[in-house]
Design a protein around this ligand. Structure first.
Ligand code: HEC
Length: 400
């Protein structure tokens, strides 16, 4: 089943809008609390049960925060939990996945060059990955293994690599990236709702009942919140990746994904050290160096757009037009003949010479430097055709 493309566009706009706003609220609050924790100072006048205090001024008001050691003796009438931001980020994100990938064109989910499967199978793989990842992750970090410090982290990273590689071998590049992002996001939200909040709740209940809270729940919650912390920047990269066909459209897209995850995690590490008042010199340069290494390693072999005619034989516009007509125009025309699209996607029309010339930079990015277009290679473009278009652009993209 596919949604009407116009309806799908408006639905996806509404959902994406809400998703970004709730995501900012969630991650913003978590950044804020990290910052708060790291800037607390011992109270100027010692107060019973208070381990740190902090003064702030914002929007014309003064605010004082006291951090209570463990839990207060008497609980206030209203206690704010900060959990709905995470829930709504997940709900809007999941619906967006459904609208764009599950109810959209099959070519978003399936790339026959990767694996020729029906869209329904691809959807099952995607949904299965979300559920299984949480089940395995939660079992791993509830088990005794979770206490083994570095080893538990190594196993977690290996599993994340394994699922990322598996998904990029099964689904179209963009869908694979988005599902890795969605499964990490699911783990993060489930951590909040099923591990972190319950631990806090039992702390509150123990306080009310005058009993000792169960320390293992607290320890587990702490570990989960460390995970969420390191996963934040990587997950934000995935959400932006759809704009960068050079990442998900690359033939080694899994390696780029994992390398950029490492960049995100290492930059996050710098912030964490800084919040712990330990300034380390290495994480930022390491992150930047890795980022540049990815950029260099993914450079297309034929050189960049400006490399000049080189050794390739001249390619005529007539040859290019024939390729574009055969591989692109069923979607990128004023009135697409592909039933999944009513209007040309992203308003990119490739049905006349001027438009082809005008879009040459993006044609390069999506179809020469990467294989992001034709989406899911649904029209079966060959590597030779990509090379020819590349040569034509390098030779100056002349239309006569
Ligand atoms: C099956 C339909 C389909 C075919 C065939 C197709 N595209 Fe696309 N194209 C899309 C969709 C859908 C998008 C929007 C993707 C998004 O939402 O980001 C798009 C977006 C684009 C964009 C704008 C995105 C960007 O990153 O700049 C360009 C350029 C493009 N396509 C070029 C091409 C070229 C060149 C071909 C042929 C070699 C082609 N497309 C074949 C469906 C198609």
């Amino acid at each position: 089943m596919t949604l009407d493309p116009t309806l799908a566009d408006w639905l996806s706009l509404a959902l994406r809008w809400a998703h970004v706003i709730t995501g900012i609220a969630w991650i913003g609050a978590s950044f804020y609390f990290m910052w708060l924790d790291s800037h607390l100072e011992p109270p100027a006048v010692p107060k019973k049960g208070v381990e740190g205090e902090l003064w702030m001024v914002h929007s014309g008001g003064f605010y004082v925060v006291d951090k209570i050691a463990v839990a207060p003796e008497e609980l206030p009438k209203t206690l704010h939990w900060f959990k709905w931001e995470a829930a709504f980020t997940w709900i809007t994100g999941f619906l967006l996945l459904v609208v764009i990938y599950y109810l959209g064109s099959a070519s978003f989910m399936v790339d026959p060059d990767i694996l020729d499967i029906p869209k329904s199978t691809a959807i099952l793989i995607g949904l299965g990955a979300l559920v299984i990842s949480w089940v395995v992750y939660d079992a791993l970090y509830t088990s005794a293994l979770a206490q083994k410090g570095v080893w538990s982290a190594v196993i977690g990273i290996v599993l994340l690599c394994a699922i990322s590689i598996a998904l990029t071998q099964l689904l179209a590049g963009r869908a694979a990236y988005m599902h890795v992002g969605a499964l990490i996001g699911t783990i993060m939200v489930a951590n909040v709702w099923m591990r972190i909040i319950p631990a806090q709740r039992q702390l509150v209940n123990a306080r009310k009942a005058g009993t000792e809270p169960d320390a293992t729940l607290g320890k587990r919650a702490k570990q989960r919140s460390v995970h969420n912390n390191y996963l934040t920047l990587p997950v934000v990269f995935v959400m932006l990746s759809a704009h960068y066909p050079g990442t998900y459209g690359h033939k080694h897209n899994w390696a780029i994904l994992l390398a950029l995850f490492a960049v995100g995690a290492v930059i996050r590490h710098w912030f964490n050290l800084k919040n712990a008042r330990r300034i380390a010199w290495w994480p930022i340069p390491a992150g930047v160096a890795l980022f540049i290494a990815v950029m260099i390693a993914t450079a297309p072999p034929g050189g960049d757009m400006a490399a000049g005619g080189g050794a390739t034989a001249p390619v005529t516009f007539a040859e290019v037009k024939e390729i574009v007509d055969k591989r692109c125009v069923n979607c990128h025309a004023a009135a697409p003949t592909n039933p999944d699209f009513k209007t040309p996607p992203k308003n990119v029309r490739l049905d006349n010479p001027d438009q082809i010339r005008r879009h040459r930079d993006r044609i390069w990015a999506t179809s020469v430097a990467s294989v992001a277009m034709p989406i899911g290679n649904s029209t079966g473009m060959t590597p030779e055709e990509r090379d020819m278009i590349g040569a034509w652009i390098r030779q100056g993209a002349k239309t006569e």
